[in-house]
Write a protein that binds this ligand. Structure first.
Ligand SMILES: Cc1cc2nc3c(=O)[nH]c(=O)nc-3n(C[C@H](O)[C@H](O)[C@H](O)COP(=O)(O)OP(=O)(O)OC[C@H]3O[C@@H](n4cnc5c(N)ncnc54)[C@H](O)[C@@H]3O)c2cc1C
Ligand code: SF4
Length: 338
């Protein structure tokens, strides 16, 4: 039976207009503060009364966090830039089309108009139990409700699970990893610039977070270097409803070719683990090889090594194998689940 809850718990709303003010507020309120960007994930949590911050820091009035700028070696995207702006931006389309493809497949136009790039990469797990407020490991308890013989785990992890089997649901995250993007974070000790793949954390490091953000931290921008500008890109997302849905699995790759030979490659997948996974072993195995279906086949088999399915998500193993195969071989086949 549906649980009908009352209005959002009261909290203080702060609407800073500069990064400096936001940072000051976040440091002042520490673990009692909640950063809100587009609000799509944030308001779900607050309206369901599961997260109850005392101070809500709404970033929407901070213009310096918006927009896409050209920098000496690539582009910088403000954390508050919407997914729709990313989809439409001519330079992203022309040079870093992998990101526009991924952003265009996020949810629905309304959600892309409101959802920000910073929020998309920082969103929390969509596990049913956790979102409904069950006291599982990720919520600070000592059980995983999804990893039981009757748990609803069709959407969950096949790799790197550690007590929690939830997955990271972001579509833009693997595209950013494939583009070798850097994430700019303001911490109480100063600015950190990290490789996108190191922004995300799995349960073995911290079961209560999906990224490195701690109280007082603010994600300000994402930089994409020109290294992979204009490379051959591949993005594919499989979801239950094509009209709009979270990924059951997605793959993103950037490839440089020399004739028929794969000169260099970066490839990442998401929705298979609690963090998006860069497939380094696959990259190393195909560099210098011909781009062909047999190279793709071998890469797909390598990608799923070590995968352990749960009761209801065995399908994710052939799905991942075939998405990686297609990304490497560049050939789409209808047999992803065979
Ligand atoms: C119905 C629905 C369907 C969706 N489908 C998809 C999908 O198919 N694919 C997909 O990738 N996503 C999907 N999403 C996610 C959506 O696209 C948004 O990206 C996401 O919900 C959060 O973006 P937001 O800007 O609204 O951020 P918010 O909800 O405001 O924030 C999300 C989280 O990030 C933190 N945060 C945000 N910005 C910052 C910052 N600058 N610094 C520090 N912390 C920050 C917040 O504290 C919060 O924890 C869906 C969401 C909904 C509600
Ligand atoms: S998968 Fe993770 S989030 Fe879901 S019930 Fe288990 S511990 Fe909680």
């Amino acid at each position: 039976m549906a649980v009908i809850r009352d209005v959002m718990p009261a909290c203080q709303l702060f609407q800073p207009t500069s990064v400096a003010d936001a940072q000051r507020l976040l440091q002042q309120h520490g673990s009692e503060a909640w950063v809100m960007a587009g609000g799509l994930d944030s308001l779900d949590w607050l309206k369901d009364r599961i997260k109850r911050p005392k101070a809500l820091v709404d970033l929407s009035g901070i213009d310096e966090l918006r927009g896409i700028r050209t920098i000496p070696d690539g582009i910088e995207i403000g954390a508050l830039t919407t997914l729709s702006e990313i989809v439409r931006h001519p330079v992203i389309k022309e040079k870093y089309g992998l990101l526009s493809q991924a952003a265009e497949l996020v949810a629905s136009p309304q959600i892309r108009n409101q959802g920000t790039l910073g929020g998309n990469v920082s969103q929390d797990a969509r596990c049913w139990y956790y979102r409904a407020g069950w006291p599982c490991y990720r919520a600070g308890g000592n059980i995983c409700y999804a990893d039981t013989p009757v748990g609803r785990n069709r959407e969950h992890a096949i790799l790197h699970a550690d007590r929690c089997v939830a997955v990271n649901p972001s579509d833009t995250a693997p595209a950013l990893i494939a583009l070798d993007a850097k994430v700019v974070v303001l911490t109480p000790k100063g600015q950190q610039v990290l490789d996108a793949e190191n922004y995300f954390v799995g349960p073995e490091l911290d079961i209560t977070r999906m990224n490195i953000l701690k109280p007082g931290y603010l994600l300000t921008a994402i930089r994409i270097p020109s290294t992979w500008a204009g490379a051959q890109f591949y993005f594919e997302k499989i979801r239950d409803r094509n009209v709009w849905d979270f990924p059951l699995l997605n793959v993103a790759s950037a490839m440089k070719m020399s004739g028929d030979t794969i000169q260099d490659l970066r490839i990442a997948v998401n929705a298979v683990a609690a963090r998006p996974l860069r497939l380094k072993a696959v990259e190393d195995s195909v560099r210098g090889k011909q781009r062909s279906s047999s190279t793709g086949e071998a890469a797909g088999n390598l990608a799923v090594q070590g995968a352990i399915p749960l009761q209801f998500n065995t399908y994710k193993i052939p799905l991942m194998r075939n998405l990686v195969k297609r990304a490497i071989s560049g050939v789409q086949e209808a047999s992803w689940a065979s």
